[in-house]
Design a protein around this ligand. Structure first.
Ligand code: NOJ
Length: 528
C-alpha cells in the first residue's frame, strides 16, 4: 500500500467554475454543473479538484475579490449545494480544494467598508492605509500588478489605501494580529466543513515592508517590471505565516495548502516550502510553466527545482491555468506536442495539476474586443488581450454552445468546438482524451511514478528528454521526443531488456535490443 498523502499521489484538476457546466441556464457555470460532472472526473482518474473562487464576489476580478469568505456566490449555488458537492465528491474519493484570496478582499467586503469609514474605526488598521506625500502624491512608488499606482485615495479617510491588484481589491494588513486571526478562522471554518485543502492566492504579497519604503528602480518593459519588488512582496516574514498555516492544516489528517507564487526567481518561490519543510505543502513553479518547447529547457527547469526543494519537499507542476495562455496553443496547437507535454507533466516527481479542457486539447480562445471581460484585457488591449482566452467554456459536445449552456455563454465558446469536444473524443480511441485517461490510469497504478526518485539521463540527442523514475518496487524510463522528426535513441544498458509499457497507440516504436526509433513527437514509458 502506498502511504503517501492523496495530494502527493493523486492528479489535481483545476476547474474554473464559470466555464464548466451551466445548469441554471444563465450562461455561467455552477456547482450543480460540477456535481453532474464528478463521474466524468472519476473516469478520467482525478484525485482532487481545485475550484477557482466560489465565494460571494462583485466579480471585478471574477471571484478573486471576495466580499464574504463564509458563503457561496449565488451565481454558483448555495452552501447546501456546496455541501452536496463535498459529499458526492467524497463518495467518489475526489478531494476538494478551495481557492482563497486572502492577500486582499473585495472593496465591498464589510471589513473594508468599515475600515474606510474613519481613522478611528475599530477596523481602521485592517487594511494598509497611509498619508499622502506632499502634493497629495501616493505614499511611495509601488505599482499595481494590473497597472497604475498601487494606491487609491479615499475621500472619507483623506488617506491612500494599498491594492496590489485592482482598486476594488484592497490589501489586507497581515501585520495586524486581528486580521491574521480572522484569516485563520476562515481556513478553520472550511476545514471543519470538510474541504481537503486550499489553493492560496498570491501568498508572496501577504506582508509588506513595515516602513512602506519605495522599491528601487530597474530596467523593464512595463512600469511594474521597472522596479525591484523588494518592499511590496516576498518579505521574509511571509514564511512565518506559511509556517503557521502549515501548523493549522497539520492538525487535520491529509489537509494541504498549495501556494501561488508567480515568481521567476525560483529560489524565492522554493522558500515558501519553509526552511525545514514546515511551510506550504506545495508551491507552484511558474518557471516550469514558462519554458519554451525544448527538451533541455524543461530539464534545466526541473533539475533546478528538484535541487532547490530537495528530496524532503514535494514539487507540483502545471502547464496551464486561468491566468496564462493555454499550453496547447502556446506549444503550437499540435496534438503530438500535447501528448508529449501531458506525459512530461504526469510522469515527473511531484503532483500534476491539469487545467480543465487540456485533456481534450482546448486551444487558447480568441476573444473579440467587444467581449473582453478581464480587467487586464480591458486595460491593455491590444497589447495584452487579457486572460479571458484561457477561461472559455469547456467543450463537452458538438451541440450548440458546446453543451455548456443552452443560453448565451458568459464568454464565447471557441470556434473549433464542433471538431474539438469530449463527446467526439470519447468515440475515438486515439483521441487526446483517451491518451490522458490512459496515462492518468497508468500513473495511478505505478509506484515509481507516484513516489519514485527522478534522475535525468543524457541520451546524446538534444531533441530527447529522458529520465528514470525509480522506487524499490519499480523502475521506469520515460523518453520524450520534442521534435517533429523521427529520432534514434540508444537506451542505457540496464534498460536493454526493457519493456515498453506505455505509449500512444498509433505510434509505432521500432525497438531492437536497446536501440529504438521514436516517431515524431513520440513518447514511451519503459519498465526495467
Ligand atoms: C492570482 C489569480 O490567479 C488571478 O486570477 C488574480 O487576478 C490575482 N491573483 C489577484 O487575486
Amino acid at each position: 500500500m502506498n502511504q503517501q498523502p492523496w495530494w502527493q499521489k493523486g492528479v489535481i484538476y483545476q476547474i474554473y467554475p464559470r466555464s464548466f457546466l451551466d445548469t441554471t441556464h444563465n450562461g455561467i457555470g455552477d456547482l450543480k454543473g460540477i456535481i453532474r460532472k464528478l463521474d466524468y472526473l472519476k473516469t478520467l482518474g482525478i484525485g482532487g479538484v481545485w475550484l477557482c473562487p466560489i465565494f460571494p464576489s462583485p466579480m471585478y476580478d471574477f471571484g478573486y475579490d471576495t466580499s464574504d469568505y463564509y458563503d457561496i456566490e449565488p451565481l454558483f449555488g448555495s452552501m447546501e449545494t456546496f455541501e452536496e458537492l463535498l459529499l458526492k465528491a467524497r463518495e467518489k474519493k475526489i478531494r476538494i480544494l478551495l481557492d482563497l484570496a486572502l492577500n486582499h478582499s473585495s472593496h465591498l467586503h464589510p471589513w473594508f467598508v468599515e475600515s474606510s469609514s474613519s481613522r478611528n474605526d475599530p477596523k481602521a488598521d485592517w487594511y494598509i492605509w497611509a498619508d499622502p506625500r506632499p502634493l497629495k502624491r501616493p505614499p511611495n512608488n509601488w505599482k499595481s500588478v494590473f497597472g497604475g499606482p498601487a494606491w487609491t485615495w479615499s475621500e472619507q479617510r483623506k488617506q491612500f489605501y494599498l491594492h496590489s491588484f485592482l482598486p476594488e481589491q484592497p490589501d489586507l494588513n497581515w501585520r495586524n494580529p486581528e486580521v491574521k486571526k480572522q484569516t485563520f478562522k476562515i481556513l478553520h471554518f472550511w476545514l471543519e466543513k470538510g474541504v481537503d485543502g486550499f489553493r492560496l492566492d498570491v501568498v508572496d504579497f501577504y506582508l509588506k515592508d513595515e516602513k512602506l519604503r519605495s522599491n528601487p528602480l530597474r530596467l523593464g518593459r512595463r512600469p511594474y517590471e521597472m522596479q525591484k519588488h523588494i518592499y511590496d512582496k516576498n518579505r521574509p516574514e511571509n514564511i512565518e505565516i506559511m509556517k503557521e498555516t502549515r501548523a493549522l492544516l497539520d492538525h487535520y489528517p491529509e489537509k494541504m495548502a498549495l501556494g501561488e507564487v508567480a515568481e521567476r526567481n525560483t529560489k524565492i518561490a522554493a522558500s515558501y516550502y519553509g526552511p525545514e519543510n514546515n511551510g506550504l505543502h506545495l508551491n507552484f513553479n511558474f518557471n516550469f510553466l514558462e519554458q519554451p518547447w525544448k527538451a533541455a529547457a524543461f530539464q534545466k527547469a526541473i533539475e533546478e527545482w528538484e535541487n532547490l526543494l530537495g528530496p524532503e519537499n514535494w514539487p507540483v507542476y502545471t502547464l496551464s491555468n486561468h491566468d496564462v495562455p493555454r499550453h496547447f496553443s502556446r506549444y503550437g496547437n499540435c496534438l503530438g506536442r500535447a501528448r508529449v507535454a501531458a506525459t512530461l507533466l504526469l510522469t515527473l516527481r511531484g503532483t500534476p495539476v491539469l487545467y480543465y479542457g487540456e485533456e481534450i486539447g482546448m486551444p487558447q480562445g480568441k476573444i473579440p474586443r467587444s467581449r473582453i471581460l478581464d480587467p487586464v484585457g480591458k486595460r491593455y488591449w491590444p497589447f495584452h488581450p487579457g486572460r479571458d482566452g484561457s477561461r472559455t467554456p469547456i467543450q463537452w459536445t458538438g451541440d450548440r454552445n458546446s453543451g455548456f449552456t443552452p443560453s448565451n455563454p458568459w464568454l464565447p465558446v471557441n470556434h473549433d468546438y464542433k471538431r474539438v469536444n469530449l463527446a467526439a473524443q470519447k468515440k475515438d480511441p486515439n483521441s487526446l482524451f483517451h491518451f490522458y485517461r490512459g496515462l492518468i490510469n497508468f500513473r495511478n497504478n505505478s509506484m515509481a511514478l507516484q513516489r519514485g526518485e527522478i534522475q535525468f539521463l543524457d541520451l546524446k540527442n538534444p531533441q530527447i528528454l529522458a529520465f528514470k523514475r525509480q522506487d524499490p518496487v519499480e523502475s521506469l524510463l520515460i523518453i520524450l521526443n520534442f521534435s517533429s522528426r523521427k529520432q534514434p535513441v540508444v537506451l542505457p544498458s540496464e534498460f536493454s531488456g526493457a519493456k515498453l509499457v506505455f505509449s500512444w497507440k498509433k505510434d509505432n516504436i521500432e525497438m531492437q535490443k536497446n536501440q529504438l526509433k521514436l516517431p515524431p513527437s513520440g513518447l514511451g514509458i519503459f519498465r526495467e
